[in-house]
Write a protein that binds this ligand. Sequence first.
Ligand code: C2E
Ligand code: MG
Ligand code: MG
Ligand code: MG
Length: 275
Amino acid sequence: HAKNSSENQCCFFTRDMNEEMSVKGFRESDIRKGLEAREFQLYYQPQISVADGEIKGYEALIRWEHPEHGLIYPGDFIPIAEETRQIVPLGRWVLEEACWQMMSWWKEGGTVSRVSVNISAVQFYHPNFMQMVTDVLAESGLPADYLELELTESIMQDPEQAVFIMEEMREMGVRLSLDDFGTGYTSLSCLRNFPLNSLKIDRSFVVNMTQDSQEKAIVEAIIHMAHNLNFNVIAEGIEHENQLQLLYDKACDEYQGYYYSQPLPPGAERVPERV
Ligand code: C2E
Ligand code: MG
Ligand code: MG
Ligand code: MG
């Protein structure tokens, strides 16, 4: 029996050793075709003010509505898109779609919202990145200060170049945040030189902060440091009321998480996911 099932698996995951493939078996060509067939979709998760519960912006999170495999999450295709550099055209689509969506909500509802878009290091260091952002903003009409780019610590591989690109972005009026803060290897002396608007505390620090006094101390220290550097602080992955209360006590600026809403496609009703 065991033998049989492993043979089946072999047939299912026939691997062409010359072609790079994700864990789920996606290849460069699948992403390219998916993009052509418009199978990608952005979901949006609100970023909420801790102090007054107001929506300050939305983070755009990509999904793949795959005709055979159903809804695919970014963890299953972004890494292969980065390796194959398909993230360059895919990332452009994300930026266009996010800016277009904000403009369309603006026209419908009368107010414009900030949108945060995740940017991979491959996109960030692409020679056309700056021009691409400039073009997309001009084409969509979204004011630059309503766009926030979420960078991860992986862009700090070349801190000098990173600061140069970030400064150019800031001169355009685009906002910058550092995502997943605390999971990478950014030196604090580097952090000081980054022209950031905000710092996002990774969910891994938030998860146990109400039960674990050491985790709480870390979150508290990050908030304190970020404020002293004049950065806004956003906590990721808030799922429970007592976590929000703690953020309030520690004067964290904003939060995201299932407690308020999971990421949703445009037009969907808000669904808090009680966990
Ligand atoms: P991220 O930017 O750190 O996004 C936060 C992730 O946490 C999202 O997962 C979101 O759905 C999830 N999340 C939000 N609130 C909660 C919560 O309360 N509890 C839990 N357990 N999770 C929560 P998602 O959408 O699967 O995205 C994963 C990662 O994929 C993102 O992490 C980001 O690094 C990357 N990604 C997503 N969209 C894009 C994109 O358009 N371009 C690029 N380059 N990367 C993207
Ligand atoms: Mg993000
Ligand atoms: Mg994050
Ligand atoms: Mg993350």
